[in-house]
Design a protein around this ligand. Structure first.
Ligand SMILES: [Fe+2]
Length: 347
């Protein structure tokens, strides 16, 4: 699939072995949740970077500078066979599993390669670096054995529900912390442990949508005219909804940053008619966009620039689908740091 805002990267045999050794080493000392691992990942990546070809370096630099919407890694190393189970194991079991830790460590190394730091929010995912994306709470095409039909299902990556196009929360700011909130993740990286139904991630790069929107509509999206509802993955009682925020901001690195969620954003009551028309035009362009689709498997990983790309997925067909996600901050991001190692920030 060719798109000027998306690039692809694979490693040669020697580089693949290096990445496998690094992933294994990080896994053995506890993976991304353990202190000291981020530093070690940086050291491994320094070595790996010295073996890169000019073309590989060019792609990595483009992502590092905020000039790509997505980067798809393929032919990644994986340790041995990992048969698909009859049923998805429960979350605590998976969290203890070395295979999940290995895939998370590999994600952390790929983030480091583009000079991003893996991190977690205090209010999200219980402060953990690794998010296991799977249907633990119901809502897939086929109900879980534990699922009752009457209870509402949480609209988050721990359910099997369709997730409309969105950038990752929080939605208060994009690069520099503001009013007690750290910025949204600069990027997310996803790989799959199991994806038996081969269900893709859908992404919509935003540069062409902003261009088609036109100058005046784009300007109106920079006004504080939009509200968002609270994310259901946040820890109970934390991470409130927001009012009168902007969707779009100018940014020197990459040209703009954008925050939006198709199922959480609405027009503020005090918004001008011009902002309302811009919002309608933006929503219409997003709805009309033909998403790019990426099928993840254990030997691939998708790095998504969260400030210039929307992502989403359909309801899960096979409840054994399990993705491993990490958030990353670019070298430009200025969060409110709670703990340096592993990096935990105020959400
Ligand atoms: Fe997401």
């Amino acid at each position: 699939m060719q798109h000027s805002d998306v690039a692809y990267l694979s490693f040669d045999l020697h580089q693949g072995r290096e990445l496998a050794a690094a992933s294994e080493h990080l896994t053995q000392i506890g993976g991304p949740e353990a202190p000291g691992v981020a530093d070690l990942a940086r050291q491994w990546v320094k070595h790996l970077a010295s073996t890169l070809q000019p073309e590989q370096k060019g792609v990595i630099q483009r992502f590092a500078d905020g000039r790509l919407s997505a980067l798809m890694f393929s032919n990644l190393p994986c340790p041995g066979p990992d048969p698909i189970p009859e049923q998805l194991p429960d979350l605590p079991t998976l969290e203890q599993c070395p295979r999940c830790r290995y895939l998370a460590a590999r994600n952390q190394l790929l983030l480091e390669l583009v000079r991003y730091r893996a991190f977690a929010f205090d209010i999200d995912n219980e402060g953990k670096q690794i998010r296991l994306v799977g249907n633990f709470k119901g809502g897939g095409r086929v109900p879980l054995a534990s699922e009752t039909t009457c209870a509402p299902v949480e609209l988050s990556s721990h359910s099997g529900l369709k997730l409309g196009l969105h950038t990752e929360a929080p939605y208060n700011c994009s690069v520099i912390a503001r009013a007690g909130h750290s910025p949204a993740p600069s990027a997310l990286i996803l790989t799959a442990r199991w994806n038996p139904a081969r269900q893709p991630i859908n992404i919509v790069p935003l540069p062409s949508i902003i261009e088609r929107l036109g100058t005046l509509h784009a300007l109106a999206l920079t006004s504080a005219s939009f509200d968002f509802s609270r994310s259901e993955c946040f820890v109970a009682g934390l991470g409130e909804a927001g009012t009168a925020t902007s969707i779009l901001q100018f940014d020197a690195n990459g040209g703009f940053t954008l925050r939006y969620n198709a199922y959480r954003f609405s027009l503020n009551h005090h918004a001008s008619d011009a902002a309302g028309r811009a919002f309608d035009a933006f929503v219409a362009l997003v709805q009309a966009a033909e998403p790019l689709t990426f099928e993840l498997q254990p030997d691939s990983a998708l790095l998504i620039n969260n400030t210039r790309t929307l992502h989403g997925r359909d309801a899960l067909i096979d409840n054994r689908r399990l993705l491993i996600r990490l958030f990353g901050y670019s070298r430009f991001a200025q969060p409110i740091v709670i703990r340096q190692d592993p990096l935990l920030v105020q959400g």
